[in-house]
Design a protein around this ligand. Structure first.
Ligand SMILES: [Zn+2]
Length: 372
């Protein structure tokens, strides 16, 4: 993967290339950012760049013998580790590598949840157990190498648990020419002993113009539409794609109707039950997309109240809704609405029952309206 295949992140790419040029590549880096901003693609592109035989000032060549193997993710000095479900047959990530490569080739912006779906983890949580750590440590120390650097890309160090402690010495004093690229999303969930031994690169949201360009030219989203998608997605490519795909499910109508029904409770409870049923059959991603969209509209309503809403972020019917909704929100209930909707997203992420979740959220939203 070359840097040019990573959407936006112009400043970071420059910084990373600068480290190579000044020969100051830290031996342990943590790419930290939300899923969908490109942390993993950046780490992969950087691994390719450091080993490229003919790198330019802006990218790896894509042609040399090293790049060709890196492109297929089969370079013998490129190692991966990631969360998985340990079973009697699967004790390390080795048997999963073909699936992993396929996963990345389809979408290097793939999420933790979508990876678990690939390995059919159902409701289980993945982790990176001891055996796996020992396995890649032995690869890094024992196997000979052909490239300038051996690189381990460890995706989601959040799932290392205490097994992560066996890595500490290696991260601190790695064998010559060994680089650790950790790719995580929440520093709070990473062992502090690991955090203190890596250099963290915070990966921000993708620049608006680059994300719009991607949506319009790669996904074929009409330009008037892409602006609103990019604003709602806040630099998160997965979110933008999800919103685009969910347009058919019509988040705007669904969300407005939901708010009207919650507000009217206890009247119209039957209608609310129908609404919950119709939402519960949407996919998990669509449900999260609806809640994410709701968070955006509520925040816009709050901004509108204080004259800080920007019209260009909304279409005319959204503007109309936001101006009416702004009469129902205040300093007390806006944090409640935000909390309720973000909690909903994480319940769905954790595979909760959507009927129960949306039912509970509806009651909480009703209570939040009463705080007006
Ligand atoms: Zn090359």
């Amino acid at each position: 993967m070359q840097f040019k295949q990573v959407v936006g992140q112009i400043e970071l790419k420059k910084q990373l290339i600068g480290k190579v040029k000044s020969e100051k590549i830290p031996h342990a880096l943590l790419f930290l950012g939300q899923e969908g901003v490109g942390t993993l693609p950046l780490a992969i592109a950087f691994a390719q760049y450091v080993n490229c035989l003919e790198p330019s000032d802006t990218d790896s060549c894509g042609q040399c013998s090293s790049c060709r193997k890196m492109e297929k993710l089969i370079h013998p000095d490129l190692h991966f580790s990631f969360p998985f479900i340990k079973t009697n047959d699967i004790k390390t990530t080795d048997p999963l590598l073909p699936l992993w490569r396929e996963f990345l080739e389809k979408n290097s912006y793939g999420t933790y949840r979508s990876w678990l779906d690939v390995i059919a983890a159902e409701n289980k949580q993945g982790n990176i157990p001891n055996e796996e750590c020992k396995n890649f440590l032995s690869k890094l120390t024992l196997m000979s190498f052909e490239a300038k650097y051996k690189v381990l890309i460890l995706w989601m160090p959040e799932f290392l648990g205490q097994s992560g402690n066996i890595l500490l010495k290696m991260i601190e004093e790695p064998p010559a020419g060994t680089l650790f690229f950790l790719v995580g999303r929440e520093s709070d969930s990473i062992l502090p002993t690991i955090l203190s031994r890596v250099q963290t690169i915070k990966v921000p949201g993708i620049e608006t113009e680059h994300l719009s360009y991607y949506l319009e030219h790669i996904l074929g989203v009409p330009s008037n539409n892409s602006v609103s998608l990019v604003n709602v997605a806040e630099g998160n490519l997965n979110e933008a794609v999800r919103l685009f795909e969910n347009e058919a499910s019509n988040n705007e109508e669904l969300f407005k109707r939901w708010m009207r029904l919650c507000y009217a409770l206890p009247q119209g409870a039957d209608e609310l039950v129908q609404w919950i049923l119709s939402v519960s059959v949407l996919g998990r991603e669509a449900q999260k997309g609806l809640l994410h969209y709701g968070l955006f509209l509520i925040r816009e309503a709050f901004l509108f109240k204080f004259g800080a809403s920007k019209k260009e972020r909304l279409n005319p019917s959204e503007q109309d809704f936001v101006s009416k909704f702004s009469n129902l929100v205040n300093e007390k209930n806006v944090p409640m609405f935000s909390q309720i909707l973000s909690d909903g997203q994480s319940y769905i992420e954790r595979n909760g029952n959507p009927k129960i979740i949306f039912h509970a959220l509806s009651l909480e939203i009703n209570a939040a309206f009463r705080k007006a």
